[in-house]
Design a protein around this ligand. Sequence first.
Ligand code: ATP
Length: 505
Amino acid sequence: MANHEEQFKKLIAHTKEYGFIFPSSEIYDGLAAVYDYAPCGIELKKNIREYWWKSMVQMRENIVGVDSGIFMHPTIWKASGHVDAFNDPLIDNRDSKKRYRADVLIEEYIAKIEDKINKEVEKAAKRFGDAFNREQFVTTNPRVLEYGNKIKKISARMAHDLTVNDLTDLKKLIEELEIADPVSGTRNWTDIRQFNLMFATQIGSVSDEANTVYLRPETAQGIFVNFLNVQKTSRMKIPFGIAQTGKAFRNEIVARQFIFRMREFEQMEMQFFVAPGTELQWFEYWKEQRMKWHLSLGIPAEKYRFHDHEKLAHYANAATDIEYEFLFGFKELEGIHSRTDFDLSRHQEFSGKKIQYFDIERNESYVPYVVETSIGLDRMCLAVMSYAYNEETLPDGSERTVMKIPPVLAPYKVAVLPLVKKDGMPEKAREILSTLQKCYMCQYDEKDTIGRRYRRQDAIGTPFCVTVDTQTLQDNTVTVRLRDDMTQVRIAIAELNAFVAERLQ
Ligand code: ATP
């Protein structure tokens, strides 16, 4: 783990040095849990957003988009349950004065037991060699079984306590497990309290309760309240979906781990409206589709796993998270939830407006059921950057840091580099640049040796470096150097565009 922590620190430093992520308001010493995207970072973020939009909206007949306001009518948050129940259970350690989420403390405890299971499995795999059967081992080894049971018991009790809001028992659980504060090392805990995560502000010039508005804590509600407008104007038939990307705000209590948990972040959400009784099929469908989307980027499957929810929100009848193995362990990257007809019914009730769909095939009206997919764009940026960051020792003994970002997501696709800053090479390079720039984000660099320029492009993840040399001036060919294996090919300038396009597919 120490190694991972070290690696995580290096990644954070790298993303700052090479212009991916800056701490917010840095010259004023920063603002906790808010980050700014730097020139490379915004390109990466934009490319992920576009990759998502293309797969979720552009390539589907039955999903359309909206972009709703960040401020919405305050009753929306009453109807959605956020005013009364969008809380985190808070606990303080009296010695360190640090504040934690009670559920996170327990989850971290569970992760430690999972580590123990993994260690047992690794040990046995070494002992048995090729004959090792993982499945058999984890279902029969007494120690592993005992750990597994312990996890189940703890998860079930936590789920129960959170569902019925039994904060006294939740604290008892923390005490029984002898969970100590990682900072002070003591178990001197306060009682657990609920803390609402929404930011409130006042709209208009008069400040009283009636003018309170919230910064949206999720983009989903902007979709629900537009359901009828979109369905009618886009002439959509169920099943269909509405997608939205945009900022969301949560007053997170424990905001650590860089852009994993921010107070201002961006979501990419899609609500899929279906006929009652078909939602669980659609839930399975979206689970599969979303995992395919992740794997299509070429990040290895072992980096992902599903985590089905033990504790279902009262409105959900199925829920799973897609977890990614960040440098601090497997954590939620995306949620897929079958939300029943809860949201639309509540808006129907609170607005007094009928929100129903007439299904011609069934010859009946109903409030549609909803399956949602919700992914954090910033978390996805972090997942991609954590996967991409590599330190390599090359055959000649030198080192390079390379961001192996999937080419389709890379901030800059091509760097155009004149071998030397004379003999007409810069002019030729700029000519090539101006053609490629029409299609791709490109960089031009003529400073330092070619080797150093390659390293700079490796560090920001540019997949193709195009070098203009003496031969170029004679026969209109260039070398293209590939980021991942550093091989070089010589191709005609006229073929460059097709060469790049083919590899970005
Ligand atoms: P967590 O349990 O980590 O707080 P959540 O279950 O509250 O997350 P959802 O409400 O399901 O998250 O939000 C959907 C997605 O939005 C999450 O999967 C995550 O990728 C992203 N997200 C949620 N909160 C944050 C945050 N504070 N910072 C960055 N991304 C976030």
